[in-house]
Design a protein around this ligand. Structure first.
Ligand SMILES: [Zn+2]
Length: 275
């Protein structure tokens, strides 16, 4: 299944979710290269994502949190299409209101929605990858070594975890558009896994617990899509973690019934290919 064929969110619902997470306290303005304010990056990323969904091209760098010439061109086209005054160098309340009307169905889009384009760059703070993603995860933490690992860990776990990080994890990050913090990987000695879940893929080095505590619903769903597309086959849905592994194709939840605003059963059908 291709990324943009996954219809758990309709584009309008996606747009609605994106709008609800926006907090536009003042008009955003285009900046020159090298002068993109850190504190605006999240908001600019959200607007770039919305413009992308609405069918506008925000440039080859995609969603990067930088309100530069490409984003300004997209904003300008958007304003022209919907009869808003001003050029693309500013994005303010009238533009946001138009997007809200599109999300609610009050006005119809002038061009077809395009769905979610994969984004690039690290637009938001908080989530970091372990070590150097560009060069084989150098300096990775103890989560990925046999030091302190459970005695129940399988002999090939160290090799498996490297394969998991270099393969599906790396692909997932590329599809998702930014790095995702890993909370746990190889099962550690003395943890409850040894008694509670001795069959866990964490003993095989094929499982990662992804930290999603700072993610909104749209990001949670998009991460599931990216993880599935990247080749993960096992999914555990929690409030603050998403467990992914390359073991048997299955899913479970950690005492939640919805994940990212979607019923876990529905997501389970998706990740197991029944949707
Ligand atoms: Zn796990």
């Amino acid at each position: 299944m291709r990324f943009n064929e996954f219809k758990i969110f309709s584009n309008r619902q996606l747009l609605k979710n994106l709008c609800e997470s926006i907090n536009l306290s003042e008009t955003l303005k285009q900046h020159s290269a090298g002068e993109y304010p850190e504190e605006e990056k999240q908001l600019v990323s959200q607007i770039q994502h919305i413009l992308t969904v609405l069918g506008y091209d925000v440039g080859s760098t995609g969603v990067d949190g930088k309100y530069g010439p490409n984003t300004a061109r997209a904003v300008g086209q958007f304003k022209r299409d919907y009869g808003l005054s001003g050029d693309g160098s500013e994005f303010g309340e009238p533009a946001l209101q138009t997007i809200e009307k599109l999300a609610s169905g009050e006005i119809q889009p002038t061009r077809p929605f395009r769905g979610q384009a994969p984004s690039r760059g690290t637009a938001r703070g908080g989530a970091t990858a372990p070590g150097d993603m560009g060069d084989g995860l150098r300096g990775s933490s103890a989560l990925f070594t046999m030091n302190g690992a459970s005695r129940m860990t399988q002999p090939n776990a160290a090799d498996n975890i490297q394969a998991t990080l270099q393969g599906p994890y790396k692909r997932m990050v590329r599809l998702f558009g930014r790095e995702v913090r890993i909370n746990d990987a190889i099962a550690r000695a003395g943890t409850s896994r040894e008694t509670n879940t001795p069959g866990s893929q964490h003993f095989h080095g094929r499982a990662l617990d992804l930290d999603i505590s700072s993610f909104n619903n749209e990001e949670r769903i998009r991460l599931v899509q990216a993880a599935k597309q990247a080749g993960f086959t096992g999914f555990g849905f929690g409030n603050s973690i998403l467990h992914v592994d390359t073991g048997p194709n299955r899913y479970w939840d950690y005492d939640i019934s919805t994940f990212g605003g979607v019923r876990v059963a529905q997501l389970g059908n998706y990740v197991t290919g029944r949707a």
